[in-house]
Ligand binder design. Structure first.
Ligand SMILES: Nc1ncnc2c1ncn2[C@@H]1O[C@H](COP(=O)(O)OP(=O)(O)OP(=O)(O)O)[C@@H](O)[C@H]1O
Length: 236
């Protein structure tokens, strides 16, 4: 089966099992186009975070093809996949993974510290990393004073916005978000999703958002049910 080169993600006959376990993911086919905003739903334990770890190049499938942003991840070494992730993939973790004693803006700047490519894209856009970090935080609703506060002094909602700004700094082609709204009430969840969409659209970043929260589905133009995706192979 040929993989379209313009796709953001293309999976063919993928199989992944954690050591000593049966396969948790068996996906015959999945294509996500560049610039798409997709929500992936599935029950707890269905393999959503596992799928994201493959898309981010943290783990690799035992079988099948996994192309992300034109890279055949199944053929790359761990360090080559780390490079793609540092340069071109933003990741918002469930628990945000902020450094508690760094300020909000310094947490955001970490994204550029490990990637000359992100710094270069900002230079080309005529901005320093700090200027853009401040702008992103402002767009996501953190005022000047909050931007200079250590992360551990911020509310959960504010920390989530810092994590989003960090993932978006330096214009990655793909943003992956693993249930980043689970700690918020529904009004704040909706507001956060709208802000995320706006920033992704402004910098043409594809978005893959994982959740078990059905109420978020209506915000997304495309939704993928993980169990259905896998059922195709289970019922073949
Ligand atoms: N690092 C790991 N080592 C071994 N098994 C793992 C690991 N991570 C996940 N698993 C197993 O893989 C299966 C899928 O887990 P995963 O976290 O991907 O599901 P999920 O859909 O994201 O769940 P949740 O919605 O609860 O976060 C589970 O049975 C889990 O125990």
């Amino acid at each position: 089966m040929t993989i379209p080169s313009s796709s953001c993600v293309a999976i063919r006959n993928l199989s992944f099992a954690w050591p000593g376990q049966a396969a948790v993911l068996e996906i015959p086919e999945l294509t996500i186009a560049n610039g798409e905003h997709v929500i992936v739903r599935g029950a707890s334990g269905s393999g959503k975070s596992t799928l994201l770890s493959l898309l981010a190049g943290i783990n690799t499938p035992q079988q099948g093809q996994l192309q992300v942003l034109g890279h055949a991840f199944e053929k790359l070494s761990g360090s080559q996949r780390d490079r793609v992730r540092a340069d071109d993939i933003g990741y918002i973790f469930q628990q945000f993974n902020l450094l508690p004693y760094l300020t909000a803006v310094d947490n955001v700047l970490l994204a550029c510290q490990f990637s000359a490519k992100r710094r270069q894209r900002l230079r080309q856009a005529g901005q320093s990393p700090r200027q853009r970090a401040t702008e992103l935080l402002q767009h996501l609703g953190l005022d000047k004073q909050q931007q200079t506060q250590p992360a551990h002094q911020l509310s959960v909602g504010q920390q989530q916005r810092v994590a989003a700004a960090r993932a978006l700094l330096g214009q990655p082609a793909l943003l992956i978000a693993d249930e980043p709204t689970s700690a918020l009430d529904s009004d704040r969840r909706d507001e956060f999703i709208q802000l995320l969409f706006r920033e992704c659209q402004a910098q043409q970043t594809s978005l893959i958002f994982v959740t078990h929260d059905d109420s978020l589905v209506s915000h997304f133009p495309r939704h993928i049910e993980l169990t259905q995706l896998q059922a195709e192979v289970n019922h073949a």
